[in-house]
Design a protein around this ligand. Structure first.
Ligand code: C2O
Ligand code: CU
Length: 496
């Protein structure tokens, strides 16, 4: 990309956007808890450790009988799930057949910088050269370009996810479908006896809104999306939809045994925060027994009545349906929603069944914790004025790929104090961290374990601690409200 190309792209998408208004779908929506919950297909390697994914437009039937054109990984939404083993490297080759450049990032991956999906390391579609931002001239089409990403996966087993990360255009790409799961496993975790097989359910939760023709509604200026002046300004909190999808289906239902289930929950929404609770027909709350965080198992289980989850966060939770009567229903609800956005998913208990699973009192002994930081740094995540207008800023500056914002020394332990003006889920690439404090107090119960995204509430400050090791190079930290990110709330971190 030329500097001019970047500037144009930035100027387009950094116009004032934005207060938490929600897009209204213009199509009839299905009743809740009727459509079955699908599980994303697990991707087969083309040879051991080698995967291929084609990014392409596909019509996806999200709403019954209505095709929705989406940008997909391999023709499905969510994209196919990659299942890998700790310490066994894989390569994933992405081919871009979409009408726009893309970037792939493995969120939560301990990945060398060259494969981390830096926002200007593009996978170009046919007909694009690196210096223009217009639709390709069909006569210029020569080759379709691919890019190989290498993931060492030398990291704790965890639910990761891959998604688009192109500079200034991550939010519309994510909204249009570029997201998939990646599960890292290892023997130690499998030996614990947590619910597994059909009783382990990956749940990718994301909100969307639909235009009258069934397409996804998005108030964006991206050249291939419809311009919606006037709507944009009402989305200061990011873009919210009125339909809650789980694994790509609106408000699905899943038949379960009266037994323990392991729910591996990802909030893949652009901007929506949820507070989940599991409620029975007689209005009882089932305990949510958290066994893992963004970066894998906790040291010991933590039981929650409700669980807040910000964009990009993951929670690994065991729910026991044993004392729900057969035929009964447990609804996973969102306490932060109103009307239909307060509903997420239902489980229908179909039968009594044997349960050999367990939730051990000790889950993992390799959880890193650090002390003796060599440095404490402060970072603010605030909106404000910039030369170019309104900005979503880290320490008063919008993202600039040409500027180094922080340099850390390889191997150093640091404490970062993060402060937010409104809700900002802050994500750090490469390095998992522990939350040390929140609002000057001890962390909240759901801050347990090793995280890569911490959801700061309005006006809140949090301290995190980490060690910068693994790889050297340029990495990112940013707000994972995808609209805030695109508006510039992102910074460069060089590990040297
Ligand atoms: Cu999930 Cu920098 O991203
Ligand atoms: Cu934000």
């Amino acid at each position: 990309l030329t500097a001019a190309g970047l500037t144009t792209a930035a100027a387009l998408s950094r116009r004032p956007a934005v207060t938490g208004a929600e897009l209204r779908s213009a199509v009839p929506l299905p009743p809740p808890f009727r459509l079955p919950l699908p599980l994303p297909r697990v991707l087969r390697p083309v040879s051991p450790g080698r995967y291929e994914i084609t990014q392409r437009v596909a019509d996806i039937e999200i709403l019954p009988g209505i095709p929705t054109p989406m940008w997909t990984y391999d023709g499905t939404f969510p994209g196919p799930t990659i299942e890998s083993r700790r310490g066994r490297p894989i390569t994933v080759t992405h081919r871009n057949e979409l009408p726009v450049p893309t970037v792939v990032h493995l969120h939560g991956g301990r990945t060398p910088a060259g494969s981390d999906g830096y926002p200007t390391d593009l996978v170009l579609p046919a007909g694009w050269t690196a210096d223009h931002h217009t639709m390709p001239d069909p006569r210029a089409v020569r080759t379709r370009l691919t890019r190989g990403y290498t993931f060492p996966l030398d990291q704790r087993p965890a639910l990761l996810w891959y998604h688009d990360h192109r500079m200034d255009f991550t939010a519309p790409a994510l909204w249009r479908g570029l997201a998939g799961l990646h599960i890292v496993r290892d023997d130690a975790e499998e030996a614990l006896g947590l619910p597994s097989g059909a009783r382990e359910l990956p749940l990718l939760i994301a909100d969307r809104a639909f235009a009258a023709d069934g397409s996804l509604d998005y108030p964006s200026l991206d050249g291939t999306l419809r311009d919606r002046p006037g709507v944009r300004e009402s989305f200061r909190g990011g873009v919210l939809g009125d339909v809650i999808l789980v694994n790509g289906v609106p408000w699905p239902v899943h038949e379960v045994d009266a037994a323990r289930y392991r729910l591996r929950v990802l909030n893949a929404s652009n901007a929506r925060h949820y507070e989940l609770e599991a409620v029975t027909d007689d209005q009882r709350r089932l305990p949510l027994v958290q066994v893992g965080a963004d970066q894998g198992l906790l040291a010991a289980p933590v039981t929650h009545a409700t669980l807040p989850i910000g964009p990009a966060e993951r929670y690994d939770v065991v729910v026991d349906f044993a004392d729900v009567p057969v035929g009964g229903r447990v609804r996973l609800l969102n306490r932060l929603g109103t009307g239909r956005t307060a509903e997420v998913l239902a489980f229908r208990v179909a039968r009594r069944a044997r349960d050999d699973s367990r939730v051990p009192a000790v889950l993992s002994a390799d959880l890193p914790s650090w002390d003796r930081p060599v440095r404490v740094r402060d970072f603010s995540f605030r909106t404000g004025r910039t030369a170019g207008g309104h900005g979503w800023l880290v320490d008063g500056r919008p993202f600039d790929p040409a500027r180094t914002d922080v340099t850390v020394s390889f191997g150093d332990v640091e404490v970062w104090r993060l402060v937010a003006d409104v809700h900002h889920p802050v994500h750090l690439h490469l390095a998992g961290f522990r939350v040390l404090s929140r609002g000057g107090r001890p962390p909240l119960p759901h801050d347990a374990g090793l995280k890569d995204t911490v959801s700061l509430r309005p006006g809140e400050a949090a301290e995190i601690i980490t060690r910068f090791d693994g790889y050297r190079g340029r990495y990112l930290f940013h707000c994972h409200n995808a609209e805030h990110e695109d508006m510039g709330m992102m910074a460069n971190l060089d590990i040297t």
